[in-house]
Design a protein around this ligand. Structure first.
Ligand SMILES: Nc1ncnc2c1ncn2[C@@H]1O[C@H](COP(=O)(O)OP(=O)(O)O)[C@@H](O)[C@H]1O
Ligand SMILES: [Mg+2]
Length: 362
């Protein structure tokens, strides 16, 4: 007969590569059932978008294979996204588990393109995802998702997010007039409007809320980043931006505000020539990766320069929807999985900090 202790002590040798902790103490093993030599349990991963899902599952199978008393093994793999929530988020957004801000040093680097496709990629893994377009200078999310201006409704004094390809979407762009006026307001007023957007929206349960922040390091992005209880920021950059040090300025601002940075995404990294199918690093190779290494930030992946991305964005048909299995979509999927992994790491740190905070209050 196999014992629960035996199973748990064997499984405690399996380490989650991201969280660097064993899967037993992370609480990933659930519903153990033992019947003689029959063993059954659930492996609950911290995100369906974990890049190491297969590796962890294989490690679990290898570990169990070493218990000679197990004659039959039945493994169920599920995922429950960890909560990367601070105390202020509890009050503002009790049904949202993680908020990921997408920022950039300047406009035009593909921040919205990345936000939209990142949200779609996460949703395709099975996560519940919302997208808040907080870029008051250019609220282009509705356009990229092919949504009309009147897509949002008010129900019981709460805003009902519009739905698109499984995403819950709220945008300054849905309120054309406000968006137009917003551009002349200063930070505090904008952040008040945004706070209302966040709190007065019926998001329902979300694993990830992606926020497309305004570009740059001015008053408005700074105030907004402080208004939203962000789990972490991803910085979108291009090889040219890296070369001109603009990206460093962007994440420097968040570091000063003590907002965690999940990592850097390089957009328009290379061009795949349709004739010879090789990658051409037109603007130099791995600039953003070197910059990330230098500043001890995670590098989350590179997205090619591709006319299909632009056409998809301009016509409201993102590549992740029209051609989800293409290499182009896969490049977004790699980024999304890396973002989800970093998010789990931050969520696990936050939960430790919260525990410590609660303990000191007792
Ligand atoms: N990887 C890419 N390849 C080709 N065009 C891109 C790529 N990323 C973004 N674009 C295009 O560049 C323009 C700016 O992108 P956008 O996402 O709106 O930038 P931002 O939100 O940073 O201002 C858009 O026309 C978009 O379709
Ligand atoms: Mg934009």
């Amino acid at each position: 007969m196999v014992s629960v202790d035996q199973v748990l002590s064997t499984l405690s040798t399996v380490i989650d590569p991201d969280l660097k902790k064993d899967i037993v103490s992370m609480g990933m093993i659930k519903d153990i059932e033992i019947n003689g030599g029959d063993l059954k349990f659930t492996l609950e991963l911290t995100t369906p978008a974990c890049p190491f899902n297969d590796e962890i599952e294989q490690d679990v199978r290898n570990a169990i294979a070493k218990i000679k008393e197990v004659s039959k093994f039945d493994l169920k793999v599920t995922a429950k996204v960890m909560e990367g929530r601070s105390l202020s988020m509890d009050e503002m957004l009790p049904t949202v588990k993680n908020i990921i801000g997408v920022a950039s040093g300047k406009g035009g680097v593909g921040k919205t393109t990345v936000s939209v496709n990142l949200a779609l990629a996460l949703a395709q893994t099975g996560a519940k995802v919302g997208l808040l377009d907080a870029d008051i200078y250019g609220p282009s999310v509705p356009l990229m998702l092919g949504m009309g201006k009147s897509a949002m409704e008010v129900d019981n004094s709460k805003l009902q997010p519009a739905e698109s390809h499984g995403l819950k979407v709220v945008s300054f762009g849905f309120f054309a007039e406000q968006a137009h006026q917003a551009a002349i307001y200063r930070g505090p007023i904008i952040s008040g409007i945004l706070k209302q957007f966040l709190v007065d929206t019926n998001w329902s349960d979300l694993d990830y809320l992606i926020v497309d922040l305004p570009p740059g390091t001015g008053d408005i992005p700074l105030t907004l980043a402080q208004t939203i209880p962000i789990t972490g920021i991803v910085v979108v950059t291009t090889p040219q931006e890296v070369a001109s040090n603009i990206a460093v300025k962007a994440f420097g601002m968040f570091q000063k505000l003590n907002i965690p940075i999940m990592g850097v995404i390089e957009n328009m990294s290379y061009f795949i020539c349709p004739n010879c199918t090789t990658k051409h690093y037109v603007f130099g190779k791995e600039g953003a990766k070197r910059m990330s290494d230098k500043h001890e930030l995670a590098f989350l992946g590179e997205i090619p320069l591709n006319p299909g991305i632009m056409e998809g964005s301009d016509t409201g048909r993102p590549v992740l929807v029209t051609d989800p299995n293409s290499p182009l979509s896969q490049s977004f999927m790699v980024v999304a999985k890396n973002v989800a992994a970093r998010c789990s790491v931050l969520a696990s740190q936050l939960s430790e900090e919260l525990k410590a905070e609660v303990a000191t209050q007792k």
